[in-house]
Design a binder for this molecule. Structure first.
Ligand code: SF4
Ligand code: SF4
Length: 100
């Protein structure tokens, strides 16, 4: 049985669309400790394990699009080099959960 990754991704995108965020424009709650470590990181699992696609490898560097973070914490365990500093957004910022 083959896995239709495009279909799965489309389903995730659809679900993400209903989330709301109060973005902290001044401070990221996610930080790469040492960009050089990312350069040498072979598989860059953060770029495909994050459900929100926060980590993107482009033009030879890792960008962290923290505004879409779901605060699930998966990336803390995904990085094989312990190269991510993770925290929750400051009080009042981050994902807004809708009830009902
Ligand atoms: S998994 Fe860790 S070391 Fe590798 S690219 Fe991502 S943050 Fe950098
Ligand atoms: S906490 Fe979850 S959603 Fe946020 S960057 Fe890490 S893996 Fe992605």
């Amino acid at each position: 049985m083959s896995i239709d990754t495009e279909k799965i991704r489309a389903g995730i995108e659809k679900e993400l669309y209903v989330n709301k965020y109060n973005v902290d424009e001044h401070q990221s709650h996610l930080r790469v400790k040492d960009p050089e470590v990312c350069n040498k990181c072979e598989d860059k699992p953060c770029t495909y394990l994050c459900p929100a696609g926060v980590y993107v490898w482009e033009s030879g560097q890792l960008t962290v699009q923290y505004s879409g973070c779901l605060e699930c914490g998966s990336c803390r365990f995904a990085c094989p080099h312990d190269n991510l500093e993770w925290g929750y957004p400051r009080g009042g910022f981050g994902m807004v959960l809708k009830m009902g």
